[in-house]
Every structure is written in structure tokens, then in C-alpha cells.
Design a binder for this molecule. Sequence first.
Ligand code: GLY
Length: 359
Amino acid sequence: MSLTPAIDTIEIPHSAGHCPVILGRDLLTQPQHWAHTLTGAVLVVTEQTVAEHHLKPLMDALGNRANTDVLVLPPGESTKNIAAWSSVLDRLVSMGAMRDATVIALGGGVIGDLAGFAAASYMRGIAVIQMPTTLLAQVDAAIGGKTAINHPQGKNLIGAFHAPRAVVSDLATLDTLSDRHYRAGLAEVIKYGAIGDIAFFEWLESRTQPLSQRDPETLQTAIRQSVINKKTVVVEDERETGRRAHLNFGHTFGHALEALTEYGSLEHGEAVAIGMVLAARLSSELGLLHQDQAQRLSTLIEALGLPTEAPAGYGAQKIIERMRLDKKNKDNTIHLVLLDDLGHAVIRPTSEAEITQAF
Ligand code: GLY
């Protein structure tokens, strides 16, 4: 009997149709599960590090499909820029891609956002198939249709909602992730439990060891349940007019820390982990959340090998100053996602004096 979990498909309805999220091991080399989603000219957009590991298997799976091309970009957040976006459009033009063309985004959140935005803008929108190769992208970035590039003045300032035609999450691609990148992805997994799914949170508490060891069955269950949680939120609020903002739990503090550390020393998931601890501590200080529950969140984050404290030198004052610049602030008030129960998020306008209590 094979211990490899079966291939799962989770259908996510959206305003323009529905998106199957196909999950399983070795999916890249099993095109029978996804090749039917490709139409017209196909452009694979990826980056060097991912290409080294996963491009050949994907190209072999595509076989000798006509009018197929590859664009390999440099790795890293700095690739999510206007010039790289323009280079994807240039390649589509040079291929003679028409409105039936398909972009395949093979990579992590940077490639997914960039290739997704190129697909959203080329000829007013062509199909994108997201093939996420990081845990973070499989549980968050590739799901729900947000696409964006950075403007010199800020992250994700230029973007569009553009639901993928399909998401193909090959769990075998996670094998090449470093321990640090893998654990950073677990921060977003924990987030789903903390904001909306106490049963999942408790399951994670009971599975810290198999999760740390990347047990295939445990990992697939964790990814599936994360996707189901994200689906629940984006189906209700595709355009982030309300509940979708709950997904930013830990992110306002986290973005501030990432910006202060110049997107260098902290992984996004690490910054979010610290941000969730701060947001839970603040929830508790404000009398919304029992202290024991804030502690449970911190304990789980630590058990999964993630940081729970901001790096030395990044205290309340610096973080609050940076939070003021967050594009999600309204009327100069910082709107924070807090917890009023473990497994239940609320959004609350929060004064700077209150925020200092998180530290
Ligand atoms: N990553 C947050 C969202 O998709 O809304």
C-alpha cells in the first residue's frame, strides 16, 4: 500500500468562474491532471533557482507543445518590478500570443504575483496557471487571485485581482526548500487556525513533530486545510472589502519589520510570525483575548521553529513609525487585525498608545 496521499482538488468559485486547486506529489510530471487547462501560446515564467530544480520536469511534461516559451528571471523580491513585468509582456508580444494564451507561473510568491499581473494586464487579461513551489505560495499567495508588482515607493502598489484558471501545487517541489523557507511558510498555515479555525489550530498543536519533519500526509492535510480556509474567506470577500482583511493578521506588524530590516534579515513568514505574537499580545492587553490563548499561539509558533520576538533594536517606536506608512491605514488610524478568541479575528481601529502595549 502506498503511503503517498492521493491527489486532491479543491474548487474555488469566483466572480468570473471557478478555479481548481490541484494538490499532490509529483504533479508537475503528471500533466494528465492539468494539461487540459492550457490554451493557445504558453509562456512559462520562472526564476533561476526554481528553474534549476523544476523547469526541466515541467518542460518534459509539456512535451513538444507548439508555441511554448520560457522566461527565466533573477530570483528575489527585487524582480517584482515594472521592468520585469514589461519583459513578460514583451515576450508574449514576440511570441504572437493572442487572448487565448496561457501564462504558467512556476515559482514562489514573487513569480506568482509578477506573472499573474502580466497575465491580468496582457490584452486585458489572459489565463494564468499558478504552479507554486514554496509552502507560502501554496497556502496563500497562489490562492485567491491577488497579483501585483512593486512600485519604487511601495510594495504591491500596482496590481489587479485576476483569479488563476488553475493552481497546480506539487508537494514534491517543497522538498528543495531550505528548512528556514519551509518553516516561514508554516507561519501562514498557523495564521488560518488562529483567525478562523480552532479545530485546525488544535490539530497543528498536536502535529508539530510530523510537520517539522515534513511528513507527506501531515503536510498535505495542512496545505489542504489552509486552502479550504482561504477559500472560505475569498469566496465571501473576493475584493477585500471586509473579511479578507483578516488574512492580514500579523502582517501589519510583519510588514513594518520587513521594511525596517530592508527585506534582508527576515523572511516574510518570520516577520508574520513575530507580528502574530505581537497582535495576540496586544489583543490580550486590550482585554479581547485571554492571556493563555495568546500564549498558546506563541508556543505553537515557537514549536514550529519560528521567531516570536522582534530582532534587537526594533522596538515599539520604530515599528509604529513604520506602520503609519502602511497602505491599509484609513484616516490616520491603524486598523489592526486582532483576536477576540483563538480561532476568531476582529478588525479594530487602534491608537498608537494602545499599540505600545504589545511590546
Ligand atoms: N495574502 C492575503 C490575501 O490573499 O488576501
